[in-house]
Design a protein around this ligand. Sequence first.
Ligand code: IMP
Ligand code: ZN
Length: 379
Amino acid sequence: METPADPFYRQLPKVELHAHLNGSVSSETMEQLIARKPQLNIEHSMTAIRSGQRRTLDECFQVFKVIHQLVDSEEDILMVAKAVIQEFAADGVKYLELRSTPREETKTGLSKRRYVETVIEAIHQCKQEGVDIDVRFLVAIDRRNGTKVAMETVKLAEDFMLSSNGVVVGLDLSGDPTVGHGRDLLPALQKARNCGLKLALHLSEIPSQKEESELLLDLPPDRIGHGTFLHPEVGGSDTLVDKVCKQKIPIELCLTSNVTGQTVPSYDQHHFKYWYTRGHPCVLCTDDKGVFCTDLSQEYQLAASTFRLSQEDVWDLSQQAIHCSFAPEPVKQQLEQKWAKLRPVCLMSDTDEPSTPPLFYMDVPSRPALTSVLEKENG
Ligand code: IMP
Ligand code: ZN
């Protein structure tokens, strides 16, 4: 990460709902992993994409293969998961839903069950150590691995949903969008839904997934990851948009990830604008903060500067994310209380005469005004 976000964004209490564990490993932790495994000859430049650089989606997925070589034992997973949780907490994230694909590694004796248990152990240890963050876990299906593995993953997720004391709350569908078809995963996803797992599905990450998105939206998912090509302006369709809007399915939006992976040409053309100006629930997320060298504060700042959001707008975005989470209702209420307490610390009303220089000031339009600005820009 090159430049930290401004204090306002760092102090803002935040909710992170789309973070892949192995994509979130910081450069500091990566240094330790590389030092532990010198025989792999992995250099730091192979595990992260510096800001301003662009990669094809395929190149981004190659990076995960390298990281997986470095994180292949219980010990590694425990270290990585604890560090990632602590880093999100240090960035002002108060509620985090981590997701990860359980892997087995014969070399180290790691099983998929132990993989999930180790992530849960990391979450417990952070809680015991007093890290100020509530963490939940989504078990991920890698679409590349097909029907049978997807079904096994759902079974694993269901077992942990019942035995983890509320830590495992749902299922993620992710992996290289150019590989496999969602139709083959439908039975597994339906089973997951029926047993009470929440569904966060990567959807329409690339233009060719229209048919798949139609199918998956009928489940329906509880949240959409990216949804880059859903809307008609980029080759999606009104039918897809209607399905998303009617069911008010929140969309997890990851600006840096999409621009770096070149599925979105530039920040100002990010589909955040399309959904946000329609008042649809949007949640800013990092996706892979380690790989894309970002953090959630930076993503908020980026959205604010690109789309001219006021502090109030930014606050509302972060608060709205509470209700898009898979947290149980009492936890959402506790988070609401936390936000209410922190609001006067973070936001200063226009009439307040600041005794110290404001943390952040930008004379920008509020949300209705933003809508009209964008409408004018779009002719
Ligand atoms: P892990 O599941 O903790 O190992 O995190 C890395 C994995 O997350 C990758 O191997 C992909 O399967 C998935 N992933 C990370 N970022 C993306 C994305 O932008 N689209 C789809 N899948 C992703
Ligand atoms: Zn993702």
